[in-house]
Design a protein around this ligand. Structure first.
Ligand code: FES
Ligand SMILES: [Fe+2]
Length: 351
């Protein structure tokens, strides 16, 4: 009912009802994470959640701003307010905040020329707009770079944005699934999965400055590429490039073709078991068929989603002996190992 008056000893930047261990939350809060597509941020402030922290996202002439979704006056959600010109306006008493988060106007003040306290400031976060995605970081000093995506960064190639979707699964579970080829013939039966009898050849996973990469040849069932190469199936080479912790691009090169598709996937860990998926694609036609690519991608995602949402345990096991691995799991094993060895994620809870 009442907050204790002397609550300084309990003050913490951890969100209420945090679903992560404090240890993992602190590490994950150092990374850039996607929170919205730029095109989703319109005339109204947008609500989002990252690592159990409620955020407000809004756009002014200065670009996109992100802050904790909390008015410093009486704790109202700013995402229920409005944007007027370059000001975000709280729905409760109308305090105005500029793009940097400073209060500039208190409408009820009898003396409108009175100085506004600098303490009336939003908890603003760092923002980057890249690849049509709004990225933010809960820490002032990001610990890892944003992904550098070939193809997607080429401004001459038109981008397709797959509508964002939320999965009831851990971000790391989604990433593992996205980097797993052995499930294609079993799960992607209505889209591009190949024969159940095809083998996954041995492949090597390499470290890059920001993550992991591997190449794999595969025989896709169907022919989904707009390059007029005939055939009911296509032999392709996939190049996967993962940027820690949750971003991956697949570069797809069908053989005997000039055609290359770039399909990027990055996810927001909304909470420990809820993940918002952002996907951006393009190809060397320079003008991909948006309707087809979105429909195809949503079908593929819908094939994965119910299986990933029901994997057990919900949290990705990071101990290498926790599950049994098959040869096709080289990427999965390298990913789990890196999350532990490079970043210290999944450390035992201290008592
Ligand atoms: S609670 Fe936001 S202006 Fe009062
Ligand atoms: Fe899949």
């Amino acid at each position: 009912m009442f907050l204790p008056i002397d609550h300084s000893a309990h003050a913490s930047d951890l969100p209420r009802n945090c679903t992560f261990s404090e240890h993992d939350w602190r590490i994950l809060s150092g990374f850039w994470h996607p929170v919205a597509f730029v095109h989703e941020v319109g005339k109204k402030p947008l609500a989002a959640r990252l690592l159990d922290v409620d955020l407000v996202i809004w756009k002014t002439g200065a670009g996109v701003s992100v802050a904790r979704d909390l008015c410093p006056h009486r704790g109202t959600r700013l995402s229920a307010g409005r944007v007027d010109g370059d000001q975000l306006i709280c729905p409760m008493h109308g305090l105005h905040f500029n793009a940097a988060g400073q209060c500039t106007k208190i409408p009820s003040n009898p003396d409108q020329s009175a100085r506004v306290s600098p303490r009336l400031r939003l908890q603003s976060l760092r923002v980057e707009e890249r690849y049509g995605i709004v990225w933010t970081c809960l820490s002032d000093t990001p610990s890892w770079p944003l992904p550098d995506w070939p193809g997607i960064r080429d401004e001459a190639l038109k981008k397709v944005f797959v509508p964002a979707n939320t999965w009831a699964a851990a971000a790391s579970r989604h990433v593992e699934n996205f980097n797993d080829v052995a499930h294609f013939p079993w799960v992607h039966t209505a889209t591009f999965g190949g024969s159940e009898d095809d083998r996954i050849p041995h492949y090597a996973v390499h470290e890059t400055p920001s993550g992991l990469t591997f190449d794999l040849e595969y025989d896709e069932g169907g022919n989904r590429f707009p390059d007029d190469v005939p055939g009911d199936t296509r032999h392709v080479v996939y190049t996967y490039e993962l940027t820690f912790p949750f971003s991956t691009i697949i570069i797809i090169r069908p053989n005997d073709s000039w055609y290359v598709q770039y399909f990027a996937d990055t996810v927001c860990p909304v909470s420990a078991h809820e993940t918002r998926i952002f996907q951006v694609a393009t190809d060397t036609t320079g003008a991909p068929d948006e309707t087809f690519l979105i429909k195809e991608s949503l079908m593929i995602n819908d094939e994965d989603k119910p299986l990933v949402e029901n994997q057990h345990p919900e949290d990705l096991p990071l101990g290498i002996m926790d599950e049994v691995h098959i040869p096709a799991d080289r990427m999965s094993v390298a990913y789990r190992r890196a999350l532990v060895e490079k970043f210290g994620l999944g450390a035992p809870l201290s008592s």
